[in-house]
Write a protein that binds this ligand. Structure first.
Ligand code: ADP
Ligand code: MG
Length: 255
C-alpha cells in the first residue's frame, strides 16, 4: 500500500532575479512499513523536501498525496487535524514540554483528538513497555536522562498510530552512543510497530539503519539503494561509495 506519493514536486525560494530552485521535480513513493532515508550534502534540499512532504511548508509545484489525500487541498484547520492524526514527528531537540510529565507529553496528541482515556492508557502501556520507559512516565523532562527523553519523544511520535513518521537529522546533535540508541529506537518502531518512517540525514551511519536510501543533490534525486539482505555494515559501505561519487563526502567511521 502506498502511503506517500509525490510527483513533480518543486520548491522555489526567493523572488524574480534572485530565485533558488531548492527542489527540482521530485518524484517519490513510500509504501507502508518502509524506513526510508534521504541523504545528501548540506544545502542539497533535504530539509526543504521533508518540510513540503510533511505539510510544514507548501511546494511551488507538483502534488503530494498521503493515504491518497492531496495535502495541498487541505485548509489550515484540516491540516492541523491531519498532522495530529496522520503524522508523527521526531525533532532534533525532542521538543518535550517542560511543564508536562513524560506520560502527559506522550499522550498530548491523543488527548487533543477525542480518544477515550481507556484507549490512551492501552496504547501508552504498550508503547512504554516496548521503549522501556514505564518507570519514568510520571517524571518531568528535566528529571530524565538524554536517552529517556529520546525514547519519550519517540513514544509521542508513534502513539497516534500515524501513517508516516518524519525525522529531520534526529541524531544531528547527539554523541555517537546516543545516536546509536535513538536509531535503534526508530528501527524498533519500524519493525515492531510497522511504523512507516522517512528520515533525513547527512550522516551515512544514521542512513545505514534505513531499508532504503535516496540521495539528493541540488534538489534532484540522484539515485536510490535498498539494504535488502546486506548487513548494516555492508549497507553503510554502499552508502559511502555513493557519497564518494556524489562528491563532498568527508570522513566517516562505522560504529
Ligand atoms: P539541506 O537540509 O539539505 O541542508 P535545505 O533544504 O535546508 O538543505 O536547503 C536547500 C537550499 O535551499 C539551500 O541552498 C538553502 O540555502 C536554500 N533555502 C532553504 N531554506 C530557504 C529559505 N527559507 N529561503 C531561501 N532559501 C532557502
Ligand atoms: Mg537540513
Amino acid at each position: 500500500m502506498v502511503v506517500l506519493e509525490a510527483a513533480g514536486v518543486k520548491k522555489v525560494y526567493g523572488e524574480r532575479g534572485n530565485i533558488h530552485l531548492a527542489l527540482n521535480s521530485i518524484d517519490l513513493q513510500i509504501a507502508a512499513g518502509e524506513f526510508v532515508g534521504i541523504m545528501g550534502p548540506s544545502g542539497a534540499g533535504k530539509s526543504t523536501l521533508l518540510n513540503v512532504l510533511s505539510t510544514i511548508d507548501l511546494p511551488t509545484g507538483g502534488y503530494i498525496k498521503i493515504n491518497g489525500k492531496n495535502i495541498m487541498n487541505l485548509s489550515e484547520h484540516e491540516l492541523a487535524r491531519f498532522r495530529r492524526e496522520e503524522l508523527g514527528f521526531i525533532f532534533q531537540d525532542f521538543n518535550l514540554l517542560d511543564t508536562l510529565t513524560a506520560k502527559e507529553n506522550i499522550s498530548l496528541p491523543l488527548a487533543l483528538s477525542n480518544i477515550s482515556a481507556k484507549e490512551i492508557e492501552k496504547r501508552l502501556d504498550r508503547i512504554s513497555k516496548l521503549l522501556e520507559i514505564e518507570k519514568i512516565l510520571n517524571k518531568y523532562p528535566y528529571e530524565l536522562s538524554g536517552g529517556q527523553q529520546q525514547r519519550t519523544a519517540a513514544a509521542r511520535a508513534i502513539i497516534s498510530n500515524p501513517s508516516l513518521i518524519f525525522a529531520d537529522e534526529p541524531t544531528g546533535a547527539l554523541d555517537s552512543k546516543s545516536a546509536y540508541n535513538l536509531l535503534q529506537t526508530i528501527s524498533l518502531l519500524n519493525e515492531k510497530e510497522d511504523a512507516t518512517i522517512l528520515m533525513v540525514t547527512h550522516d551515512a551511519y544514521a542512513a545505514s539503519f534505513c531499508k532504503r536510501v535516496l540521495f539528493i543533490k541540488d534538489g534532484v534525486i540522484f539515485t536510490e539503494i535498498y539494504k535488502g539482505e546486506q548487513s548494516r555494515k555492508q549497507f553503510f559501505q554502499a552508502i559511502i561509495d555513493i557519497l564518494a561519487t556524489l562528491g563532498g563526502g568527508g570522513h566517516h567511521d562505522f560504529i
